[in-house]
Ligand binder design. Structure first.
Ligand SMILES: C[S@@+](CC[C@H](N)C(=O)[O-])C[C@H]1O[C@@H](n2cnc3c(N)ncnc32)[C@H](O)[C@@H]1O
Length: 280
């Protein structure tokens, strides 16, 4: 089964990192001491966090060993941790006050947020984690008082490329390879869902949508883009590299028709992203 490929992902490193820069720019925290980057991937988002807050203790967490190896090679001094966002909770910082048994943060320290990150950050990762109704309030609860949860997820499920992939799985040629439930879901909701989840909990909630207008060298670039991310659930469901190759060729044929070239031959590839920053 294919796993995350850092080189494929970083082929469009600048385009993929720009939303992360935009999200960090909007976070109104002066000097967070502890920051966690959930779904840090190859460390591109973590590097932007480290540049903005050079004195912060930063942890990059990801489930992919391949991604973490690339991140560690680029920034060995950051604390990298393999783990699942779905079960992640903030660990007390080492210097947190010990409890009476001397084996952890005291209940009082936990209650006032000691050991919790001031910034829980996640760029382009939560769409892979199920049950946002449970997940998002739980991540917010991990934030220290005065801190923030800052998230960006692609809001692309109805973009033409996604419609192409979904419809191909229902075509006569492909439907036997994609039985019901074989393609992992993409977890993103309308902005109002996040508003309803967070507004009762937060002192301030900033939320926005941005369409990034990307101009790529040709339709193959769009397939390459998705091969590194949004096409993975489809490719993972297929049993062989040969079938993956044919599936990508079929996607390319449709993408070439749906995303026509502009006057200079570049293909216009709009990409919508949802952002929110919730303060505690
Ligand atoms: C699209 S990359 C984002 C990388 C980086 N944050 C950025 O801004 O470009 C998504 C990352 O989320 C990770 N990921 C997906 N599901 C995860 C989970 N349940 N727990 C931890 N990491 C996860 C993947 O391994 C991948 O590295």
């Amino acid at each position: 089964m294919p796993s995350w490929d850092p080189s494929l992902y970083l082929k469009y490193a600048d385009e993929r990192t720009q939303p992360c820069r935009d999200l960090i720019h909007r976070v109104q925290l002066t000097a967070p001491e502890d920051v966690v980057d959930l779904g840090c991937g190859p460390g591109n988002s973590t590097a932007v966090l480290a540049a903005r807050w050079p004195l912060a203790r930063i942890t990059g967490l990801d489930s992919s060993a391949e991604m973490l190896a690339r991140a560690h090679a680029a920034m060995p001094r950051i604390h990298w941790q393999q783990g699942d966002i779905a079960s992640w909770t903030a660990e007390p910082a080492e210097e947190a006050a010990p409890d009476t048994a001397g084996n952890g943060a005291s209940p009082a320290a936990a209650a006032d947020g000691a050991g919790r990150p001031q910034l829980v950050f996640s760029n382009a990762a939560l769409q892979w984690v199920p049950d946002h109704f449970e997940l998002v309030p739980r991540l917010f609860a991990q934030v220290a008082p005065g801190g923030a949860l800052a998230v960006q997820v692609p809001a692309q499920v109805n973009a033409p490329a996604h419609v192409i992939m979904r419809e191909l799985t229902q075509s006569a040629a492909w439907r036997s390879y994609f039985p019901m439930g074989s393609v992992r879901d993409w977890h993103v909701h309308e902005p109002g869902v996040y508003f309803d989840l967070l507004s009762p909990l937060t002192s301030r909630l900033d939320m926005w949508l941005t369409d990034y207008m990307m101009y790529l060298p040709g339709p193959q670039s769009i397939v390459d883009w998705y091969q590194g991310t949004g096409m993975r659930p489809y490719l993972d469901a297929l049993p062989s590299d040969e079938l993956r190759r044919v599936f990508m060729a079929d996607v390319l044929a449709e993408v070439a028709v749906t995303y026509p070239a502009r006057s200079n031959g570049m293909v216009e590839f709009p990409f919508r992203r949802l952002f929110f920053v919730a303060y505690r």
